[in-house]
Design a protein around this ligand. Structure first.
Ligand code: HEM
Length: 151
């Protein structure tokens, strides 16, 4: 592990933003999982109406991911790309690959949610929970890789 964490005020701001992004981003995925489970007893119409309202939560997910990416780039700039790549090693490289996949999944979820909103439900309502669950698994894997990379 390189010398103690970079003692630059800006670096600490990025670290705070990274953890806030984590709370917002991964928290949203867990919230949708719980909402999906807790609405199973509803009729399909009630559930569609409820989930279309709850879909506003996805904004938190996008803001969280944006904070993670911006603060992550902040780490690279302040500490140096080469040093972070060396420090994080293979676990960090895999993490970055999964971050790209997560960004694609979150983008696709936004498209599905928009379609569902415009249609007042429709076929994309069945796809949203599946993509959301994959995004949750990818997010948790990124967290595990980050802890392995930066211990
Ligand atoms: C462009 C995207 C990203 C970059 C470049 C990046 C980079 C980094 C770096 C350099 C650290 C170490 C910070 C330090 O301790 O000094 C870190 C920590 C961490 N990152 Fe990221 N990150 C990114 C996205 C994400 C995402 C999307 C997640 C979660 C879904 C995430 C989760 C974490 C966690 C949990 C830590 C803390 C690890 C620990 O302290 O043990 N990061 N990240």
């Amino acid at each position: 592990m390189p010398a103690a964490r970079l003692d630059s005020g800006m670096y600490e701001v990025f670290l705070i933003l990274h953890f806030l992004g984590l709370a917002l981003g991964v928290g949203t995925s867990f919230a949708f999982l719980t909402l999906g489970i807790s609405t199973r007893s509803m009729t399909p119409e009630q559930r569609t109406e409820f989930m279309l309202k709850a879909a506003v939560l996805s904004k938190n997910g996008s803001i969280g991911l944006a904070l993670l990416i911006v603060s992550g780039i902040g780490f690279l700039v302040t500490r140096g790309v080469g040093e972070v790549m060396r420090w994080g090693g293979g676990a960090f490289h895999t993490k970055l690959l999964l971050v790209a996949i997560l960004a694609g999944l979150v983008g696709y979820l936004q498209v599905l949610l928009k379609k569902a909103r415009l249609a007042g439900g429709g076929p994309s309502m069945a796809t949203i929970p599946k993509v959301s669950r994959i995004a949750l698994i990818v997010s948790v894997t990124i967290v595990i890789l980050a802890v392995i990379a930066f211990k």
